[in-house]
Design a protein around this ligand. Structure first.
Ligand code: GLA
Length: 533
């Protein structure tokens, strides 16, 4: 464990307050542009919670999950918005009964209350719910899954859901699970198409949801092997999803195993940066559809305070899922303070949910990233210093599309308002400064739309922020395709606008000239505003 310091704890907001702030931001509107908030049932923000794999691998059991769920509450993380407790691989080792139902080990998952049966996963899902949290589970889209014990062998076969999609996803939902992570070890081994298989899974999930009336959030985990950023948004008609963009930050570190292999595993800054770098696909990400940079390793062996800041700063500015894979009972106050910082969470939960744009790299390895946020002129800015020496960085606010100087400028780590004229920032070696900025947008280019397409959108200076005003009076997500001149084609999913006449979403157009084609019937595109920074 690196050198750490205890930072003062912050006041922790209730989730409802965060969502209320997010909705308010969305409704603030751009003074120069008539902007109507998206009228969705709730903002499908990137998920936040805990996942068992990084710290417990295949030794996961009912006791561990109960302890971690309790720690999620006691640490203040639940109040900060972390809601899912996800049981990853190892909960099941591949046995089915003659009807094909999953057979669960009764010692690993015993009854937890009178009237319950041993070996019923509804027990643990119910326990998680009793703490006011949501429960997640794991399977594979292929036949065999990844399963090995503890994480390097022997291999257990038949731990995937192939051939049992309807049966398994309905079972997960009936047990009471709210989230399912679907891995790809079996799918990869069988050389399947990810786009086809995950669409089938998505449809099975929706059928299960219809039967039980319980939403089952879909987490795709094929590690970016078949470019999911091109096909995952809206796959199989799903309303919201995340997709992993790369491999695991590190193999699991199970401290209690005292296994020499696990003892050797130490996280490096490069592990975390690699995951961020491979996960940047901003043109695929927008409200409800998120690139997943992997479970977080905050506070795990090898992580220092500054590495924790870089880690959460990058995941937050990228609106990536915040699924913490650490042993929550071992987290130090400094790490917890970062995880529960309400300004961090507000940036993460911004209703546009966009990834940032790299606006400057004054010297190699010193990078300025800016995320456009809902509400006119709002940005989050991360100044990342990957180098071994301290850096002084001057920000040109014009490069963030801001006219003049910001109205307000906040240093997020320290919760302090800075002088709005401030533009020089010091960033220590291997560290990250996170700012939240509020200013006046420079005037965008406006594209009025015809019925089914907008052609020739200029985004020639690099990835470009745009706001799209549309109406989708149906009750279903509508998918629009964005094609650009370099042949890149991404999907944009537009939530229903319900009673409102129009909604607005943020998007990042890929560099070049783009055309928007609307595949969905009944969706009207009102206007597109393109902000060339
Ligand atoms: C893959 C995934 C991990 C974890 C393990 C379980 O490696 O990427 O997140 O689920 O499988 O074996």
């Amino acid at each position: 464990m690196g050198k750490r310091s205890a930072l003062p704890r912050r006041r922790i907001p209730k989730v409802s307050r965060i969502v209320a702030i997010a909705c308010l931001l969305l409704s603030l509107g751009d003074k120069s542009i008539a902007q109507t908030p998206v009228q969705t049932k709730s903002v499908p923000r990137p998920p936040m919670g805990w996942n068992s794999w990084n710290s417990f691998a295949n030794i996961v059991d009912s006791d561990i999950v109960q302890q971690q769920a309790k720690a999620l509450v006691a640490s203040g993380m639940k109040d900060a918005g972390y809601e899912y407790v996800v049981i990853d691989e190892g909960w099941w080792l591949g046995e089915r009964d003659s009807a094909g139902n999953i057979v669960v080990n009764s010692k690993q998952w015993p009854a937890l209350a009178p009237g319950q049966k041993d070996g019923d996963m509804a027990n643990i899902a119910g326990y998680i719910h009793s703490l006011g949290l949501k429960a997640g589970i794991y399977t594979d889209a292929g036949r065999d899954g990844c399963s090995m014990y503890p994480d390097s062998g022997p291999k257990y076969l038949n731990t995937g859901s192939e051939g049992h999609y309807d049966q398994d996803f309905l079972q997960f939902s009936r047990w009471g699970f709210d989230y399912v992570k679907v891995d790809w070890c079996g799918g990869a081994k069988e050389k399947r198409s990810g786009a086809v298989r995950y669409a089938e899974v998505a449809r099975a999930i929706q059928r299960a949801e219809k039967t039980t009336g319980r939403p089952l959030f879909f987490s795709i985990c094929e590690w970016g092997s078949q470019n999911p950023w091109f096909w995952a948004p809206g796959v199989g008609g799903i309303e919201s999803t995340i997709w992993r963009t790369g491999g695991d930050i590190i193999p699991p570190v199970v401290e209690t195993l005292h296994d020499p292999e696990h003892e050797k595993r130490v996280i490096t800054l490069q592990n975390v940066l690699d995951s961020f770098d491979t996960g940047m696909h901003p043109e695929a990400q927008h409200t409800g559809y998120y690139n997943d940079l992997d479970m977080m390793v905050m506070g795990m062996r090898g992580m220092s305070d500054s590495m924790d800041r870089i880690h959460i700063g990058l995941w937050t500015i990228a609106s990536a899922p915040l699924m913490v894979g650490s042993d929550l009972k071992r987290l130090l106050p400094a790490t917890l303070s970062l995880l529960t910082n309400n300004e961090v969470i507000a940036i993460h939960n911004d209703p546009y949910g966009l990834q940032p744009i790299k606006i400057a790299e004054p010297t190699p390895g010193v990078e300025v990233w800016a995320k456009p946020m809902a509400g006119a002129g709002r940005r989050a800015v991360a100044i990342l210093n990957r180098t071994d020496g301290g850096a002084q960085v001057n920000i040109d606010w014009g490069q963030l599309g801001i006219d003049g100087v910001p109205r307000t400028l906040r240093d997020v780590w320290n919760g302090r308002t800075m002088a709005a004229s401030e533009r020089a920032f010091s960033v220590p070696a291997h560290d990250l400064v996170l700012l939240s900025v509020d200013g006046e947008d420079k005037k965008p280019t406006e594209y009025p739309a015809n019925k089914s397409e907008i052609d020739g959108i200029q985004a020639t200076s690099g990835p470009t922020f745009a706001r799209l005003e549309y109406a989708n009076p149906s009750s279903q997500v509508a998918v629009v395709r964005v094609n650009n001149t370099s042949g890149l084609s991404t999907a944009l999913a537009l939530p229903p606008t319900a009673k409102s006449t129009s909604g607005t979403i943020g998007l990042i157009l890929p560099r070049g000239t783009a055309d928007l084609r609307f595949e969905a019937k009944g969706v009207a595109i009102r206007r597109l505003y393109v902000y060339s920074w």
